[in-house]
Design a protein. Structure first.
Length: 183
């Protein structure tokens, strides 16, 4: 049954819109800590296959192999955190802008960034992928005066130009000679 026209039932609500999932910054921090703990307790599993030391003809080939799971560090990510918390990126961004939550969201970013950096530095995570993800780049930019372009002047005398031309012509003659011997 539809509400009657002109009703103002909406004014009876104590708040408008969806009720926030985390009313207090401490609740958000606790939920993020649960994600961090989950990442530590659920490493990725790499399966290494080993042949048995001695070959046995009585076993089929697949039974002479041993599959060993090797735990590998799982990188923390903001997208993984958002999936864990079951919130959208826009919701996270609104928490970042909300008074009292900025300190928590900044701390969470720092924990995620530090975990990835230390994992890559220790060789547990792929350093190339983590460096890209963290925006770490090794740029060397060379510029001229007043940050302008670098100007290069190459001076050649007639002898240098003639010598370079002679080398080019000599290579062309050699290449032509190779083609005739192939025919």
């Amino acid at each position: 049954m539809a509400a009657p026209l002109g009703n103002q039932f909406w004014k009876q609500r104590s708040s408008h819109g969806d009720k926030p999932i985390f009313a207090e910054p401490e609740q958000l921090l606790q939920a993020c800590a649960e994600y961090f703990e989950w990442v530590d307790n659920n490493p990725l599993q790499e399966i290494q296959v080993h042949k048995m030391k001695e070959y046995r003809e009585d076993l089929p080939p697949e039974e002479s192999l041993r599959h060993e799971p090797i735990p590998r560090m799982r990188a923390m990510t903001l997208s993984g955190l958002l999936i864990f918390l079951d919130i959208a990126r826009s919701t996270w961004d609104s928490y970042r802008a909300k008074e009292g939550f900025a300190e928590v969201t900044t701390r969470v970013y720092d924990v995620i960034r530090t975990q990835k950096f230390e994992g890559a530095a220790g060789g547990f995570l792929n350093p190339v992928i983590i460096a890209r993800d963290l925006g770490l780049v090794d740029n060397k930019q060379i510029s001229g005066p007043d940050d302008g372009p670098v100007q290069i002047e190459i001076q050649h005398d007639d002898y240098t130009i003639a010598r370079a031309l002679a080398e080019i012509l000599e290579e062309a003659v050699v290449d032509e000679g190779d083609e005739e011997t192939e025919k």
